[in-house]
Design a protein around this ligand. Sequence first.
Ligand code: AMP
Ligand code: GLY
Length: 420
Amino acid sequence: MVWRLAQNPSVDRLFAAPGNAGIAQEAHLIPIAAEDVAGIVRFVERERIDLTIVGPETPLVAGLADALDARGYKVFGPSKTAARIEGSKAWAQELTARHGIPSARSRLVTRAQWEQGRGDVLGVMDAAFPDGRLVVKADGLAAGKGVAVAHDRASAVAALETCFEHRAFGKAGDVVLLEELLAGPEVSAFALSDGRDVLPLALAQDFKRVGDENLGPNTGGMGAVSPLEWIDRKTQQRIWDDLVLGTLRAMESEGVRYRGLLYAGLMLTETGPKILEFNCRFGDPETQTVLPRLRSDFGELVLACVEGNLSMYKVHWSDEVCVTVVLASAGYPGEYPTGLPIEGIAEAESVEGALLFHAGTEERDGRVVTAGGRVLAVSALGQTVAEARSRAYEAVDRISFEGMHYRTDIAARSAGQEGE
Ligand code: AMP
Ligand code: GLY
């Protein structure tokens, strides 16, 4: 997002809190944590920032957009009330159920019920999901770790214990959603909303599992591809109309104005597309795949959302395909080391069509070192998926750091075969 904003001629100064070594090439880094709502508000007031774009979900759910809005500062990102679409999976699920938006069948259970007698909770689960196949989701924010896909009853019970006994997610796991296990390829849909009008942006596919062939634990995303030509027009239309627009209209009808980016995570099941989850922000690494294809001015689209005149805009896309491969630290998505020097960044950037986006990096003594689990996203544009893929992997081959790992099969198969 910073890379795209820096290309807008009307942007003369960009700040990023806290940023990383890549963002530092385009913006002034300020040492404020993204979650530090009060600190960011103070900075915006002191510097009289014209427009604040909130990247991650935690400050949105904590009310950063409301705090800036109340002080008269322009901000891109939903209010605390609207950010419940990501901040409370139970709220989101009940919203879709009330409005008949296709999603998984579900039941809510609570820690209070569990403490009164776990038998009642297990009874609810067994009655709704007699084969023991279900998805157990902590209601609140859990940094992408709050979802357990259980293929048998013992794993489902273990996931409930993780929330209610071990309290692995703290209060975020005091309410738990039990969901029908859906099957099919997964798709991420991005749309902009100014609170009244909606502009569908793009569909992308995120590769969530850490290993090739979709094996191993879930991650924040190990790669992405966009556009998704294999999804037929009718299905695409259903995704935008019934699921994405349907959800925004449902919120509006309940008095919740959504201003910002809505990310709908969907599964294309045999009975049509269904909602898996929502995010109240751009997704990572899908954004590194979607924004390189954008031909319209990103800054203007963002400002149109904030100022409520999105209806005046159309989005233009390049014809090219983009493929993104994430380079991760040894051990990710578990514990991982940091501070390891990264080699070959400039060499990778010189591959035709390649773009490097930093995630967990920082600069130390003039060198770029690792500073997170997902370290770099290597994107490449090409005329075909095959060309974009081969350029992305050519760039990947030029980069190295100790313990670096990545998937070798991003966008390798017809993506329709990518389901669980
Ligand atoms: P989330 O943390 O909500 O992104 O969910 C993580 C992952 O869990 C999703 O990307 C899916 O792969 C999987 N998942 C979530 N809900 C379901 C469901 N109802 N059926 C099958 N898989 C699911
Ligand atoms: N790629 C999934 C996310 O951003 O949450």
